[in-house]
Design a protein around this ligand. Sequence first.
Ligand code: ADP
Ligand code: MG
Length: 260
Amino acid sequence: MTIQTCIPAVEIARLEKSYGSLKVLHDISLKAEQGEVISILGASGSGKSTLLRCVNMLEVPNAGSVSIFGEEYKLEQRVDQAARVTDRHQLQRLRSQATMVFQSFNLWSHLTILENLIEAPVHVQHRNRKVCIAEAEALLERVGIADKRNAYPSHLSGGQQQRAAIARALAMHPRIMLFDEPTSALDPELVAEVLKVMKDLAAEGRTMLVVTHEMSFARNVSSRVVFLHKGYIEEDGTPAEVFSHPRSERFRQFISKHAH
Ligand code: ADP
Ligand code: MG
């Protein structure tokens, strides 16, 4: 894997996020270089999803900045009101460079798998339908569910649905992929097939931010591990560093609790 040190894929600087009076992220600065695979670990409620959602502005931070390949989201901070994004075109452009894969798959239930894959490329990115169909078929082949192209999501297993969701994200040609506990809703025997697809994506040098409880993925696939505790980054380093020499006692406890 080559990690390039030019423009960072994602740069988060001094980010803060509150829900009403509850502050859930405090002064977060985090940079993902191009090609880095960062595992984001932490207990439930530590702010992992909120942090990931700030990268594509599903949540708008109350302070600080987020840049995608050097371009900073234009935000407006307002007194006594939620912050907001001010440039919808920029939002759409940056968001399609950083697509999200959710724990609950979020496939459109009324569309077939193939239709799920081409929906955004055709209607949001305004790309040629035939080209999008050909690409979608290749992506389904790649994640091992080509035979499900005309099936509806409810007819697929959880592992197949999540692989379809990953293919759908890839159909947008993202340069960054955001995964929010992609295997947490799966039966244990279906986890490996999804992790295998993610491992292949990582090996291709794609930039990935992955919220996960899969310690083997964090240890063996990611290039960096970040541990969140109550909205603060408590640990940040290579897997070798953080797993062999955790600086934070809480991370030490977290590792022993999640060791299989
Ligand atoms: P994690 O993904 O690590 O479990 P979250 O980012 O989902 O953590 O949540 C961090 C904190 O923010 C929790 O205390 C959670 O209850 C709170 N929270 C998350 N989303 C919302 C929301 N939309 N409104 C109010 N509070 C929220
Ligand atoms: Mg979460």
